[in-house]
Each structure stands twice: as structure tokens, then as C-alpha cells.
Design a protein around this ligand. Structure first.
Ligand code: 5GP
Ligand code: ZN
Length: 113
């Protein structure tokens, strides 16, 4: 399968990695929308959060969030940040491998576009 984020996870596509463990890889977004913009992805390919089904997937999703809040603390985002999972076409998802955006370093607006 031709998947950019699987390639980043297995090291065959370069990225600026900021964290990795046996389950997830976190790297800087190539087109950052704020001073801090990190993507946290599971190593195992999953097209979107809609594909999460098993208890193992439930644990994995919790782990993604835990890694994100730890990275936010490490980045010094003490005044807040935003975590986003775009899902499917109407959700604005452009890469078909589940990813959690950690965005911070400026004020965010609501509702999102
Ligand atoms: P989505 O729109 O699917 O939620 O987010 C996909 C994100 O992946 C975008 O913010 C885009 O800039 C980022 N992205 C796409 N291709 C690459 C790549 O090859 N490397 C990195 N580091 N980020 C990418
Ligand atoms: Zn993938």
C-alpha cells in the first residue's frame, strides 16, 4: 500500500520526528499552521478513526491522546493548544492514515473553518 504516514513510520520517508515508541510516531507537519504543529500517528495503518473497532484500538487512541498532551507540555504550550482529528472528506481529512494534529503557539478560533 502506498501510504505517506506508513512510510514515515517505517523510516522510508523522511520527517522531523519528535517522539516515537512501539505504537506511535510523532513528527512535524510539513505545512505548519502554527508555531507548533505536530502529527501523532499510529504505526499500524488505520485509515481513519472510523476504522477503530477493537479494545486494542481503544487503548491505542488513548495512547495517542496521552502522547499529544505530553508533547504539548514538552513544547511549553502552557496557555493551551488544540488537538484535531479530521475524519473523511467532509471532515477535511487529506491523508488516509489516522493522525492527531497537535497545534499550538497562537490563539485559536471557533468554530473551525
Ligand atoms: P489532514 O488534512 O489529513 O487532517 O492532515 C494531513 C496533514 O499532513 C496536513 O497538515 C499536511 O500538511 C501533512 N502532510 C502531508 N504530507 C506530509 C508529509 O509528507 N510529511 C509531513 N511531515 N506532513 C505531511
Ligand atoms: Zn498508513
Amino acid at each position: 500500500m502506498d501510504c505517506i504516514f506508513c512510510g514515515i513510520a517505517d523510516g522510508s520517508i523522511p520527517a522531523t520526528t519528535v517522539f516515537s515508541d512501539d505504537q506511535v510516531v510523532a513528527f512535524r507537519d510539513i505545512h505548519p499552521v502554527a508555531k507548533t504543529h505536530i502529527l501523532i500517528v499510529p504505526r499500524r495503518h488505520m485509515t481513519s478513526i472510523a476504522d477503530a473497532t477493537s479494545p486494542a484500538d481503544e487503548l491505542l487512541l488513548g495512547h495517542l491522546l496521552f502522547v499529544a498532551k505530553d508533547l504539548a507540555a514538552s513544547a511549553g504550550l502552557d496557555h493551551g493548544y488544540r488537538l484535531v482529528i479530521n475524519t473523511g472528506a467532509e471532515g477535511g481529512q487529506t491523508v488516509g492514515h489516522l493522525h492527531l494534529h497537535l497545534i499550538g503557539g497562537r490563539s485559536m478560533h471557533w468554530p473551525p473553518g
